[in-house]
Design a protein around this ligand. Structure first.
Ligand SMILES: Cc1cc2nc3c(=O)[nH]c(=O)nc-3n(C[C@H](O)[C@H](O)[C@H](O)COP(=O)(O)OP(=O)(O)OC[C@H]3O[C@@H](n4cnc5c(N)ncnc54)[C@H](O)[C@@H]3O)c2cc1C
Length: 305
């Protein structure tokens, strides 16, 4: 008999539409996970079929393979958000992992809260942000996260954990090694003290900053991790004279050295060749090995650059 999980499995789903790079061939199996209760049956399905699985959020930090993925993509798509008022003007938002950062920010503003303004324009979902400790403009996920609900993919057990569990560092959390899956996360914010106009002004300045400094094209934001906050990867790339370097339809943005852009029709191979070229040039010129921030998913599973 077919189960609910079987019925919602999509076969040969093209991955390019789920990545901000707009690159990627078909996945053999694809599932939009709206109900976390479906997660364990899905993990069992992959185990039984002896195929790899991959957890996908907003696809803003992932490069899919031109050949797609010979396994199961589980797109986290649960979308609930709740608000809880605490003592001394503190407010906690608990958002499902599939909620986009843009929706989280909108929700906080509509509820007269402040604390998330710096994330205006930050792509991706709550789950992706927690795993990679995403952040910008001086605010990282780990600074406002209070607790989260995780699933251990090996045992299927659900755990509620507090901030210190994650060992948050620059673009790092413990989840990168444990491979636990985020179901939801809670963030501590404050009731807004400034006027709506002031809040809008702050966000408009931040948005303007992004527009000036970052390209519009299809990318995953910063491709490489910054070797240190004072020495961003983009600066090394710029100093090596690589801005504008193009391979196939992939280009190092003339606007921002750490943005690799799909000019339209780029393949994953174009992006990988360009990234390796940049990494090699930086090694040669500065003796420094850049590490990729972006996750690279080959047809068989995650791989390094
Ligand atoms: C234009 C642009 C600008 C950007 N600017 C910034 C920036 O300023 N700061 C910044 O930090 N990042 C930035 N990024 C990168 C990206 O937005 C972040 O890395 C984001 O947090 C990725 O979230 P996602 O949901 O898209 O994750 P995905 O790309 O879908 O996945 C990334 C990784 O997270 C894992 N993952 C996703 N959801 C879950 C989950 N529920 N549980 C466990 N693991 C999960 C995936 O398995 C994968 O390993 C930018 C990207 C773009 C395209």
């Amino acid at each position: 008999m077919l189960t609910k999980t079987d019925l919602k499995l999509v076969l040969t789903e093209k991955l390019s539409k789920y990545s901000t790079f707009q690159i990627g061939g078909p996945a053999d199996f694809f599932y939009k996970l709206e109900d976390p209760a479906d997660l364990n049956p899905l993990l069992q399905f992959a185990k039984k079929k002896k195929i790899p699985y991959f957890i996908l959020g907003g696809g803003s930090n992932i490069l899919f393979d031109d050949k797609g993925f010979r396994g199961l993509i589980i797109k986290i798509d649960n979308k609930n958000i709740e608000l809880e008022f605490g003592p001394k003007d503190s407010v906690t938002i608990t958002a499902d992992a599939g909620v986009s950062i843009a929706t989280l920010l909108d929700f906080s503003i509509k509820n007269n809260l402040s604390g998330l303004e710096k994330w205006v324009g930050l792509p991706g979902t709550v789950g992706g942000a927690v795993r990679g400790n995403a952040g910008c403009n001086g605010l990282e996920t780990g600074e406002i996260l209070t607790e989260a609900t995780l699933v251990n993919p090996k045992t299927g057990k659900v755990n509620q954990v507090e901030n210190k569990y994650f060992n948050f560092k620059y673009r790092h959390s413990k989840l990168k090694t444990t491979k636990e899956i985020v179901l939801s996360a809670s963030f501590k914010l404050k009731k807004r003290k400034i006027s709506t106009e002031e809040q809008k002004k702050i966000m408009s300045e931040i948005r303007q900053f992004r527009i000036t400094k970052q390209p519009f094209g299809a990318s995953t934001g910063s491709f490489f991790l910054n070797p240190s906050p004072q020495k961003p990867a983009g600066l090394f790339i710029e100093q090596a004279g690589l801005k504008g370097k193009t391979i196939g339809k992939a280009q190092i943005s003339p606007k921002h050295g750490n943005f690799l852009v799909n000019l339209g029709g780029a393949t994953a191979q174009d992006i990988l060749k360009l990234a390796r070229f940049a990494r090699q040039a930086i090694k040669h010129k500065f003796g420094l090995t850049l590490k990729e921030e972006v996750q690279i998913l080959s047809a068989k599973g995650l791989r390094k650059l």
